[in-house]
Design a protein around this ligand. Structure first.
Ligand code: ZN
Length: 346
């Protein structure tokens, strides 16, 4: 066995956590064939979908006949503004606090059947525009410190409605992952005098083995410390803390990159590729100057539309582990076409 295939652990400088990589396990014979799922037959419009234009939601509220993106307050929010008055506890062992906040839904388009890779670049730019505008509006509220934008795509990820949409959860405290990334980016700046993620991107551009695709303003890569089989990180090429720091050209470039990356994902196993994805952007705290805007894609699929990775056993009790190396995952994603398999068939 060559030394590159020895089990080793890799450090995630954004969170300070480690992942165990066991590439030699892939030398086991591959037995499964790639299963195909029955073709997704979603209609353009579903009269029973509460996200489609003109339909009734809980309340009852009727959606407008929207033509582009559509943003509304979640009818069943996980966060409420009035939670500020939660009594809470503050002893060493019993500690709790109110978490006032807001939850919104952003529908990508009126079309019930078109996911991100099937939208045009200008339609995706409109979605990014809506995320940007909501980030700006939510941060105008002094009670909001952080805006989390994310998409849960696919039943496998527990998505409750197939109409393509994302969510925004705005909170008064920083979520755990954001706090960790903020702390590590600040500590890196103090120690090295430069940006962690810009420095990382520059080195990945030189090494090139983990880069999936790129354009003038953004790069998508499989991070060196990836946990999920086909996890990717999307990075801007210059310092930017939030979506609101991007100019129009950069928003168009991000739309282009997202279309290409998500098309590669769908083509990998010729299915609508499930994932949880989202932005990490600078919170509204005094020490957020070192925080660099980026996106994470965490897809669960391992080697077919039905074989997924689970975090069990050693991973629940110890640390995450992977067999496929990040370099092999990047190879697979680079081999995957940027012409969507459905379009190819038309
Ligand atoms: Zn992050």
């Amino acid at each position: 066995m060559e030394t590159r295939q020895y089990p080793h652990r890799r450090f995630n400088p954004l969170t300070g956590e480690w992942v165990l990589v066991s590439p030699h396990r892939l030398l086991r014979p591959w037995q499964g064939k790639v299963e195909r799922l029955p073709e997704d037959q979603r209609p353009r419009y579903d009269p029973d979908c509460y996200l489609c234009p003109g339909n009734t939601r809980a309340g009852p509220v009727r959606n407008p006949a929207y033509q582009s993106t559509f943003v509304f307050d979640n009818d069943f929010p996980a966060l409420l503004p009035e939670a500020a008055t939660f009594p809470g506890e503050s002893s060493a062992l019993f500690r709790s606090e109110g978490e006032p906040g807001r939850c919104q839904v952003v529908c990508f388009s009126p079309r019930h059947d078109l996911s991100l890779p099937e939208l045009s670049v200008s339609q995706i730019a409109a979605v990014i525009g809506a995320w940007t505008e909501q980030t700006r509006l939510l941060l105008e509220d002094p009670g909001i410190a952080h805006v989390q934008i994310f998409e849960n795509k696919g039943e496998l990820m527990g998505c409750s409605n197939p109409h393509p949409h994302s969510q925004i959860w705005a909170t008064c405290h920083l979520p755990n992952e954001v706090q960790k990334e903020l702390d590590h980016q600040r500590a890196y700046r103090e120690r090295h005098g430069s940006s962690l993620l810009l420095g990382y991107l520059a080195q990945e551009q030189q090494r090139s083995e983990r880069i999936v695709c790129a354009n003038q303003h953004f790069t998508a890569l499989v991070p060196y410390w990836a946990v999920w089989p086909f996890e990717t990180l999307v990075l801007p090429h210059r310092a930017a803390g939030r979506l609101t720091d991007l100019n129009d050209k950069e928003i168009d470039a991000l739309a282009d990159l997202l279309k290409r990356l998500t098309t590669r994902y769908d083509n990998l196993f010729q299915c609508s590729f499930p994932y949880s994805m989202g932005f990490h952007q600078a919170p509204r705290t005094e020490d957020a100057g070192d925080f660099q805007l980026h996106m994470h894609f965490f897809p669960p699929l391992l080697r077919s539309p039905v074989v997924r990775k689970f975090m069990v056993g050693f991973e629940m009790l110890g640390m995450p582990q992977r067999d496929l190396t990040p370099e092999q995952a990047a190879d697979r994603l680079r081999e995957s076409s940027e012409v969507h398999y459905k379009e190819d068939r038309r």
